[in-house]
Design a protein around this ligand. Structure first.
Ligand code: BES
Ligand code: MN
Ligand code: ZN
Length: 486
């Protein structure tokens, strides 16, 4: 998709040439700054009752008089925020679905405010509107013909808008890659496939990449990661990606993504209903790949390492059993009381591996617990960190990228639940505060650096008729990393 800013000339909106104009009306009363040609159309639409000035409402106008464009869609936004702009743009795009629009112009009336965030939000709404999963369904409805989007703005805003569109476009390609990887069924998206994706990204953008196999992982002493993988015939992979955008002396941000390509639960097997959705259990890994895709396009001055422990969690003759004790790379022993709490078992070894990069901060991203879905639902990702400053930075990134996260508690008291009579810790802490005890488990492996954990179990994918990956939290991650660039 080609995103451009277009500075409005003396002719205003009437002179815009495109296949369609999507006009976002900011606010729920007729604004008085409306372009002289558009004003009568808008007033008429409202007066006739065809357009209610209520957030999310749209009206399609064919061959609007006085305008050069042949198609006009009015879309009402609650206010002039970037978030409302995105919602309205999405509604407008839905109204254009199936039409032959190749070049779409977008503008806003009711506010002169078009910030970087507005431009970025538009890129994201467009990318969402045109994404179609087809890898294993080539018969899926034809891709929209939309190829170019121009955001009309004042001359003074043109630079700002261009910067926002560029960032939005990069984030959107990252989101798209994450969705594409996560949507693929587990017989396609294997650990080997994830490693190939990482290699392809490295080739395209000049990243360093390393893929460790079982022998290498064994040598490192990743007994916990290996225990999860041992029930599957599918070989494990430990993926290391490195983006070097700053001096080597600059400590990197390390992103660690849970890469369980299918989670049956193992011997502590999951019930059959919805088990198919456990193909999305590598969404953390997919978000790391997506973030790297965006970094490759934006090339910010920052160093970033991506770590992805990838394997399947399967029952089998060689599978790890409840009560088995394993030794993690950190040297700490773990009693595996529930083989379905496997995410933390693969992440803990990756977190220990992260120490070697002397990181500025380590963020792990994981579809870790059903308990997080119960706590926060599908809107906010769960954010866990003992570091207030890191929490602030990540919450800022979440706000700015319209990819919300909510901080959860992490008091030491919660660690009591992980006590074991047979190892340094158990891998589960009971039902109460399940997302917190999971985070407390990870915390035991993060003493040597600043660390945060994102539980994306409720936000990485949708269930039901719109079943599919969302690409979250790629926007949050990219914004955080950009905020660390200098
Ligand atoms: N991948 C799941 C978490 C999950 C469950 C994500 C449902 C999205 C929807 C994770 O590996 C898991 O099975 N966690 C267990 C932990 C429990 C055994 C302590 C869970 O949440 O039930
Ligand atoms: Mn599990
Ligand atoms: Zn899992």
């Amino acid at each position: 998709m080609d995103f451009k800013s277009v500075a409005l000339g003396a002719g205003g909106l009437a002179a815009l040439s495109a296949d369609a104009l999507l006009l976002v009306v900011a606010g729920t009363s007729i604004p008085n700054d409306v372009d002289a040609v558009v004003a009568p159309v808008l007033r008429d639409a409202v007066k006739s009752g065809d357009l209610e000035l209520k957030a999310g409402r749209t009206l399609y106008v064919h061959r609007p008089s006085g305008l050069k464009v042949q198609r006009l869609v009015l879309a009402v936004a609650a206010d002039d925020s970037a978030k409302s702009f995105k919602t309205a743009a999405a509604a407008g795009l839905a109204a254009l679905k199936g039409l032959g629009v190749v070049h779409l112009a977008v503008a806003q009336v009711g506010s002169s405010r078009l910030t970087e965030s507005h431009a970025e939000a538009l890129a994201s709404a467009v990318a969402d509107a045109v994404y179609v999963y087809r890898h294993t369904k080539p018969s899926a409805p034809g891709a929209p013909r939309l190829a170019k989007v121009s955001l009309a703005c004042s001359k003074t805003d043109a630079t700002t808008v261009t910067v926002g569109l560029r960032r939005g476009s990069a984030v959107a390609s990252g989101v798209e890659l994450a969705r594409e990887c996560a949507n693929r069924p587990a017989n396609h998206a294997t650990p080997t496939f994830l490693a190939e994706q990482a290699r392809a990204l490295a080739r395209q953008h000049g990243f360093k990449v390393q893929v460790l196999d079982l022998a290498a992982v064994k040598k490192l002493g990743m007994g916990s990661f290996m225990a999860v993988a041992q029930g599957s015939e599918e070989p494990l992979k430990f993926i290391v990606l490195q983006y070097e955008g700053a001096a080597k002396t600059q400590a990197p941000v390390v992103l660690v993504g849970k890469g369980i390509t299918f989670d049956t639960g193992g011997i502590s097997i999951k019930p059959a209903p919805e088990m198919d959705e456990m193909k999305f259990d590598m969404s953390g890994a997919a978000s790391v790949l997506g973030a790297f895709k965006a970094l490759g396009e934006l090339k910010p001055r920052v160093n970033v390492v991506g770590l992805i422990p990838a394997c399947e969690n399967m029952p089998g003759g060689r599978a790890v059993k409840p009560g088995d004790v394993v030794k993690s790379m950190s040297g700490q022993t773990i009693e595996i009381l529930n083989t379905d709490a496997e995410g933390r078992l693969i992440l803990c070894d990756a977190l220990t591996y992260a120490e070697r990069f002397k990181p500025a901060a380590v963020i792990d991203i994981a579809t870790l617990t059903g308990a997080c879905v119960i706590a926060l639902g599908h809107h906010h990702s769960g954010l866990f960190t003992p570091d207030d400053e890191l929490a602030e930075d990540l919450l800022q990134a979440a706000k700015r990228s319209l990819d919300p996260a909510w901080r959860m508690p992490l008091d030491e008291e919660y660690a009591d639940a992980l006590k074991s009579n047979f190892a340094d810790m158990g891998n589960v802490g009971g039902r109460a505060g399940g997302s917190i005890t999971a985070a407390m488990f990870l915390k035991k492996f993060t003493a040597r650096y600043r660390w945060a954990h994102l539980d994306i179990a409720g936000t990485a994918w949708k269930s039901g008729v719109h079943k599919g990956a969302t690409g979250r939290p790629v926007p949050l991650l990219v914004h955080y990393v950009l905020s660390q660039a200098r």
